[in-house]
Ligand binder design. Sequence first.
Ligand SMILES: Nc1ncnc2c1ncn2[C@@H]1O[C@H](COP(=O)(O)OP(=O)(O)OP(=O)(O)O)[C@@H](O)[C@H]1O
Ligand SMILES: [Mg+2]
Length: 332
Amino acid sequence: MVVSNSRALKDEFIPKEVVHRDSELQVLADNLRPVIKGGEGIDSLLFGPPGTGKTCTARYLLRKLNQESPEVRFHYINCWENYTRFKILYEALRGIGKTLTVHRQSTPTDKLYTVLKENTSRPYVIVLDEFDQIDEEEALYDLYSLPNTTLVLIANHSTALHSLEDRIRSRLMGCERIEYEKYSSDQIFEILKKRAEVGIREKIDEKILRKIALSSEGDARVGISILRTSAMKAESKGVKISSELVNKCIPDAKKEKKKKDFEKLNRHQKVLHGIIKDKGEVKPAELYSEYNKKVEEPKSERSLRKYLKKMGHYNLIDVEGEGRWRVYKSKK
Ligand SMILES: Nc1ncnc2c1ncn2[C@@H]1O[C@H](COP(=O)(O)OP(=O)(O)OP(=O)(O)O)[C@@H](O)[C@H]1O
Ligand SMILES: [Mg+2]
């Protein structure tokens, strides 16, 4: 057996130890500290490229704070999956165990908000991961206006705030920004080393881990994906994890990550992606007009720009030029 703990090799795994993110964790912990004393914390925005540990540090800290002060309420919401106002408010209610009175089909969304408001007399921290995927931005306004509620927003870029509707933007612009920079290859190496210690039975040659780290290009998720793919392949073949095996797994792991990122796209993003792929290269006006022909209830251009930006961050398309010179290109 090569793998000792397959859960530890997954993306969603929250490690016991987070390395190289001390200052980011410190700022976030300071912002949330008032919550422990029954007060309201400072809203934060964590931003940075994919695979820089934003989700992992936020969840790690939530878990730690919850262990220290079980009476403080925390909840993590992934906005890729929960992008409507109803779903977000429902999740926020779920976090405080108040969904019993809510019927998924028939309860009006405003009612969810009323129930939430009645139940936030005690501090509540809500993490909105990938908040730039939210379709109905009113939900952000709702959560922002709740009493005793502190928000932790996560996105790839601080400009995610700029694309919000004026009324919401002007309120959220005040949150403290915490930037996550790309990891160096040495930092990824250490992350992988710790992960391998938990997830893989035998000690892996450091040279192999360094090779994986180098191929990750600063994205810890890519590194972990290569480690997982290699471990699984070694296990199925009944061999050790060797340098040759890793070489073979690198393209598979990268493909797997791309596929996962693609699957997360919403219906509208998939239509946009399809048009860009067919055309190879397309200007915004043509892209929007093609999109409008294909979709029954088309989204506004503002939403489409937001969607496209996100797809660019995930490297699913290339976005080049600004304003009228902008072009969207499909990936080779
Ligand atoms: N500093 C770290 N210490 C230990 N593990 C880490 C660290 N940073 C990232 N990881 C691990 O790397 C993987 C990717 O990290 P994470 O999901 O937090 O990235 P992200 O910044 O949220 O990326 P994205 O923008 O794509 O959502 C996760 O499995 C996470 O546990
Ligand atoms: Mg994340």
